[in-house]
Design a protein around this ligand. Structure first.
Ligand code: ZN
Length: 754
């Protein structure tokens, strides 16, 4: 059978489990001739690669850049995004060999891919343009030449922060002549990482201005709700949005699949893994090139074993089905990528490692085992199936996770405009102060000079008082011998990090976790996930800030329960009606971990628990809170109030990531039956990050949408008294949790949206 026949058969046999099937029709390319200003050598090199014209979005980006604008390009996977920046950059370099460009990618693997593509184009033009990666792997002997003569330097934000900006004197040629800065995978720069990134860009532009250059920025992003806002927050300037995708697309079938219930009372479903492997095996049996995305390394391994066995039975050649994940050697990865492009590899099982820009061509089918965590990622993974011509299919198989269940049961929401906001807070005080130090180390601050915030002078005076800076002749100078950037990780908002040490590899440090997250992430017996691999914490040395881990393969993750005391410090905004009041503001959270639970990946069953013994921590952060008025709770007894509030809290914290593009655990809930601040039953959603990144304020603004989704989730869940897919199991939230939470929500929304 061909792909369309396989899809038709699936719709017939499994119709009862398919909650949505959309047929996206084929779309012709919108082509535009190369701008007249394009260098003939570049045009010839592109023609040689089969590119005879530009897609409309590539041309729009080029026009905006020619007018001197910064741009953000938002188009789907495989729409020729890289040409949006390679074309203007190469065209400029061809006419001005002194000009320079800097490319920033969030990971090293992506940098490598870009270099290959760029070099291919440069070689085809037969010109002297040097493109280099500059990261931790760059040999020391090669570095001086790259600094002096590299036309395009490809690096990552961490290297820019510690390896380039502090040594700007050595990079004079780059900074004097920097014309373009490319920031790809913009949507990755959100939360704490994005807040750091905004400050790294502030430092970059400050140094450029010192050397007399003023580069234009080209951002590229996956589809999110607010790409223009995010780019402008990162840059601190207006950015033009380019989103008129002109790339062609073959017809595509998108299917949402909910495995059948096996225990209605407990809300247990057949596993997503079992379901997905049947679907994938069927595609492969029909010789349809397929990619399977799984969430953990273990799931990849289990799926791979099964599909390889199925391939043997089908008499497919050895090596027809491969695995792909972080931790594979680069050579092996390149070989698999080539096999996919050329067709020698028929099936691949991958973690999200293949979600990003690595070129593997277009496959015919994609099967997603569980929700990748954001709608943006879901579309990127589904976009791996898709060809310029011919049909493709993508199937999302839901797990029992509340977000999976929400999406699979509300397809209109999934197919409508992207819901997720990438949020950053460049002025988070902890993050800002860190980069103010780095910036002062790089160049003294002049009187009245501004670094993002209006209160720059106050912040600098504070650093003078703490003897980090000194004042002389109207400028602020760095006063210490130390080197600030090295102490500052772009991945956390706090200092005093705990290091994670893999004992199995001769005590190799594999990662860091900040002090605030340590009690929940690296308590003893916790499962710590790093680059898709699972490790178990064997020992936590709290005094020395070291966690010793060993690699494991288990089918669960761990989640720590916290005993939380939350105190409101300041209310930034609030509103009130008869049913409820809500507000957002600053809070102090004191927390101590009590127990951890082992939760099964696929079904979210609780597999057991254990105690945690660690000292109390305190964090200042921001929160959004919802207070239930008397009318809302009319007729409720004490038990119903308590379990209704618990259920509501769980729904809110489960649904919030649908709007925020954050990881579970970045936002947490604390319920107070009689809150000292409000005097009423109140659910607090607080950001688990010192200072916050703006999520609380966004939740305050999205209140009605948030409550509406919570109501839909709980109302449409087929369980009887609560389950892990909605309010949580009755045993944890209370007997009437599900019914009470649903009643509270419908009363909160009954006055209509405001
Ligand atoms: Zn349920």
């Amino acid at each position: 059978m061909n792909l369309v026949q396989v899809v038709e058969q699936l719709l017939q046999t499994d119709g009862g489990n398919i909650t949505a099937h959309r047929h996206l029709p084929a779309k012709a390319a919108k082509l535009v001739p190369f701008p007249a200003s394009t260098d003939p050598r570049l045009v010839a090199a592109l023609r040689e690669r089969g590119i005879a014209a530009l897609y409309s979005h590539q041309a729009t980006a080029a026009t905006a850049l020619a007018k001197g604008r910064h741009v953000v390009v938002v188009t789907p996977t495989a729409s020729g995004k890289t040409l949006c920046y390679n074309l203007p950059v190469l065209n400029t370099l061809l006419s001005d060999p002194q000009a320079r460009a800097l490319y920033l990618f969030p990971t090293k693997a992506l940098s490598q891919d870009q270099i290959d593509e760029l070099r291919g184009l440069v070689d085809a033009m037969d010109v002297e343009l040097k493109t280099h990666t500059y990261d931790g792997d760059t040999p020391v002997t090669a570095r001086p030449l790259i600094r002096k003569a590299g036309h395009i330097v490809v690096t990552n934000p961490d290297m820019l922060h510690t390896g380039i900006l502090p040594h700007h004197v050595k990079w004079m040629r780059l900074f004097e002549n920097l014309r373009y800065v490319v920031v790809d995978e913009l949507h990755q720069y959100r939360g704490v990482f994005g807040s750091h990134m905004a400050n790294v860009l502030r430092r970059l532009r400050r140094i450029c201005s010192h050397y007399g250059s003023e580069p234009q920025f080209i951002f590229c992003s996956a589809t999110i709700a607010n790409p223009k806002e995010l780019a402008e927050k990162l840059l601190g300037e207006e950015v033009e949005l380019v989103d008129d995708n002109g790339a062609p697309r073959g017809e595509k079938h998108v299917i949402l699949y909910n495995p059948p219930l096996v225990n209605r009372q407990l809300g247990l479903r057949r596993g997503a893994l079992l379901t997905a492997r049947g679907l994938a095996a069927n595609f492969l049996a029909n010789r349809i090139q397929t990619i399977v995305f799984a969430r953990s390394r273990l799931t990849v391994e289990v799926m791979l074993t099964y599909l390889q066995e199925a391939a043997r039975q089908q008499r497919l050649p050895a090596g027809a089905v491969r695995g792909y994940r972080g931790g594979y050697l680069p050579l092996e990865r390149r070989e698999i990528e080539r096999g996919l492009r050329e067709g020698g590899v028929l099936g691949v099982v991958s973690t999200n490692a293949l979600e990003l820009g690595v070129d593997i061509g277009g496959l015919e089918a994609a099967v997603l085992v569980g929700y990748p965590g954001t709608v943006a990622s879901t579309w990127q993974q589904m976009g791996r199936a898709g060809r310029r011509r011919g049909a493709s299919a993508a199937v999302f198989v839901a797990s029992s996770n509340p977000l999976d269940q929400y999406l699979v049961n509300h397809p209109d929401y999934f197919f409508s405009s992207p819901p997720e906001h990438g949020l950053v807070n460049p002025d988070n005080l902890l993050v800002l102060m860190d980069h103010l130090k780095c910036a002062a180390f790089e160049l003294p601050f002049g009187e009245g000079e501004r670094f993002g915030v209006e209160t720059t002078a106050e912040a600098l005076d504070y650093l003078v008082d703490s003897r980090v800076l000194y004042r002389s002749k109207g400028a602020y100078h760095w006063s210490s011998d130390s080197f600030p950037a090295e102490q500052i990780s772009l991945r956390s908002a706090a200092r005093e990090n705990f290091v994670i040490i893999d004992q199995s590899q001769g005590a190799r440090v594999i990662g860091e976790v900040d002090r605030y997250a340590a009690p929940t992430m690296i308590h003893e017996e916790a499962i710590y996930i790093h680059e898709g691999r699972q490790y178990q914490v064997v020992q936590l040395d709290y005094e020395e800030k070291k966690a010793f881990v060993e690699p494991v393969n288990v089918d669960y993750y761990t989640d720590a329960n916290l005993a939380v005391e939350l105190q409101v410090l300041a209310e930034d905004a609030g509103r009130q009606d008869r049913q409820s009041a809500d507000a957002h503001g600053d809070v102090r959270v004191t927390y101590v971990p009590t127990i951890f639970k082992k939760i099964k990946f696929d079904t979210h069953e609780n597999l057991g628990s254990g105690p945690i013994y660690l000292p109390q921590e305190e964090m200042h952060t921001t929160a959004y809170w919802l207070t239930l008025g008397e009318d809302t709770l009319a007729g409720f007894d004490r038990e119903q109030i308590q379990s209704g509030l618990n259920g509501l809290g769980n729904l809110l914290v489960n649904v919030a990531p649908l709007f925020l593009m954050c990881d579970p655990g970045d936002i947490r809930v604390a319920c107070q039956i009689r809150s000292p601040h409000t005097g009423r039953p109140t659910a607090f959603l607080y950001e688990f990050c010192p200072g916050g990144v703006g999520m609380s304020e966004r939740l305050f603004r999205l209140r009605d949408d948030l409550l509406q989704r919570c109501l839909e989730l709980v109302r449409d869940c087929p369980c009887e008294d609560g389950c892990p897919s909605c309010v949580g199991p009755a045993g944890e939230v209370g007997e009437s949790g599900k019914a009470a939470a649903a009643r509270i929500l419908s009363r909160l929304l009954s006055d209509g949206p405001r």
